[in-house]
Design a protein around this ligand. Sequence first.
Ligand code: UDX
Length: 467
Amino acid sequence: MEEPTHHHLRLILFPSPLQGHINPMLQLAHILHSNSFSITILHTKLNSPDPSHHPHFTFLSLDDGLSQTESSMEEDIIELTRLINVKCVDPLRACLRKLLDDQQVSGTGERIACLISDAALYATREVAESVKLRRIVLRTGGVSSFVIFKEIPMLLEKGYLPIQESRLDEPIPEIEGFRVRDLPAMKTASVERYYQLLTSMVEETKASSGLIWNSFEELEHSALDTLCQEFSLPIFLIGPFQKYSAASSDGVRTPDQSSIAWLDKQEPKSVIYVSFGSVAAIDANQFLEIATGLADSNHPFLWVVRPDLVRGLDSECHELLPDGYIEMLGGRGHIVKWAPQQEVLKHPAVGAFWTHNGWNSTLESICGGVPMICMPFFSDQVINARYVSHIWKIGVQLEGRVEREKIVEIIKRLMTGNEGEEIRKTMCQFKEKVQVCTSAGGSSHNALQNFISFIASSSPLDLERIT
Ligand code: UDX
């Protein structure tokens, strides 16, 4: 076999410290490492990954400067992300300077090729420029939501944003298939700051040297076309990342393997898998409606109930379940604190995924060929849900209040009947497309090869150009 020419190149990766962002960045790191790059992961103290899960990488902790109160602000991820962008600037600059200085004196011949930072860490642009290091951006969400984020200034100017309750069902002529209720929204200290953060993310992404997506062309070609009209930088859709490497735990939370043993005992395509990701939270009443709706659906279900799933609860979520609930199910329901989700979605017993439509969950569902019940909570989830249910037609959306009768009905709609059948067929086609695009000669596979050449062919002279 030909010796790879880039074995002397080191890539510095900087994920945003939220679960849905750390996972894809680490997956990308594994993909690049298996293509002979050396990897350094920079991380904040908050949610730091467990290095023992990734023995081939070098981990460097940055002093994020977040106080205890600030670090525990995961309920307001916008304010948290904004703070990280403010506070990471100096420590990141010092760290990159040191790494660049060390490479000169080390004599190993190894060269730092670039920084790959999460799009949400928009402040990395000025830092990378100040130390003359190329900056590539990983956007962990979809292209489709990004092109809507790009329109935020227009949506604000035309008065669609901030969202007004009275206009929820109004169509937006500027964005085909979208209503006001499908636009990004977020509960945060200041909604203006939220839109400002998204706009900064778009602008600073546009100013990067290259852009990687955990997505694939066959899914997002129309959004990609729109993006390419305005973004004249190299763009690489190399996802879904999970297709390149076995599911690896980031070590932030431990998946409960009893999920798989329980699934093994269920009929094919019978189980509703329910998980709302790592951040979204519900209130006690919604929890009760979900528990009752699932029980009344008569389908087996696997439900992820994170300890912080129910907002403002001092006791265990289980205590909110009706008396005798578990006994009444007689083994038909299995509740865990955290599931090995990628494995679950590949399991033959799973027939539907009731999801919040975080981008990772959405992609993982497509990889597993599992149709979705969409219940988005905020931000890009709302856009992803609209795409899944109305544009890609691989799921149905549960809108409005969460009520047990509606839950029973939507499960029935998806699991039985013609609509569900059509959705399953379309989902199967997407699953096959994933297989093709990540195999030799497929779009994502080619994009990965192009990305590797792009990095490997950059000489130190290229670095001068960004100044
Ligand atoms: C966050 C944002 O909320 C979302 O809008 C954005 O698209 C990504 O980041 P998050 O709640 O983390 O979303 O959801 P998601 O993107 O779906 O990522 C969750 C990850 O956790 C997935 O990779 C999923 O496999 C994993 N997971 C979730 C588990 O491994 N086990 C579980 O029980 C639940």
